[in-house]
Design a protein around this ligand. Structure first.
Ligand code: IMP
Ligand code: MG
Length: 181
């Protein structure tokens, strides 16, 4: 089914263990709190679903969608909010959940945008982090895996909308350094 995958980098068990560890930390850090967990569409939807099933705190789930545009292979700082949160995050603790942190343009724009609604706190949770690609200085508070500068797919991450449902994460044969939504 996934014969056009060059190499599997993270299998289901590894992803599950990393998600356990992040959930453990969030459960510990947010005891007695009721954070708004904001998933960045579309890539975070599978990670978010697996993460919240491991939480034993109260929380609200919401979503935001941002597009960064330019050409197909290079990220630019032009980010646009395409789908807005519906929760009132004023004075709430916010956790932004992302699939992968790359140049940082998207998440820095989203966090600045969310700060405009005066939340009590904002933290960033990303399953994958590619710090070597960073253009905007932004650090996640919770990370599953630090990865090399490779384009990866699966577990929500896509290449032209393909592979989102793949339960593991790997490098497609037609690997592109940068395909932006
Ligand atoms: P940033 O603004 O460059 O940090 O871009 C982050 C977004 O780019 C992520 O939310 C993904 O949608 C996409 N992206 C970056 N790297 C990858 C990758 O390796 N695979 C799939 N999508 C990626
Ligand atoms: Mg994304």
């Amino acid at each position: 089914m996934y014969e056009d995958i060059e190499e599997i980098l993270f299998n289901e068990e590894e992803i599950s263990r990393a998600t356990d560890e992040i959930a453990f930390r969030i459960n510990r850090d947010y005891v007695g709190k009721n954070p708004v967990i904001i998933g960045v569409l579309k890539g975070s939807f599978i990670f978010l679903a697996d993460l919240v099933r491991r939480l034993d705190i109260d929380f609200t789930v919401d979503f935001i969608k941002a597009s960064s545009y330019g050409d197909k292979t290079r990220s630019t700082g032009n980010v646009d909010i395409k789908y807005h949160i519906s929760a009132d995050i004023g004075n709430r603790d916010v956790i932004v959940v992302e699939d992968i942190l790359d140049t940082g343009y998207t998440l820095s724009y989203i966090t600045e945008y969310l700060r405009g609604f005066s939340p009590h706190s904002i933290r960033i949770c990303t399953l994958f982090d590619k710090p070597g690609r960073r253009v905007v200085p932004i650090k996640p508070d919770y990370t599953g895996f630090v990865t090399d500068d490779l384009f990866i797919v699966g577990y929500g991450l896509d290449y032209n909308e393909k592979y989102r449902g793949m339960p593991c994460v790997g490098v497609p044969k037609t690997q592109s350094k940068k395909i932006k939504e």
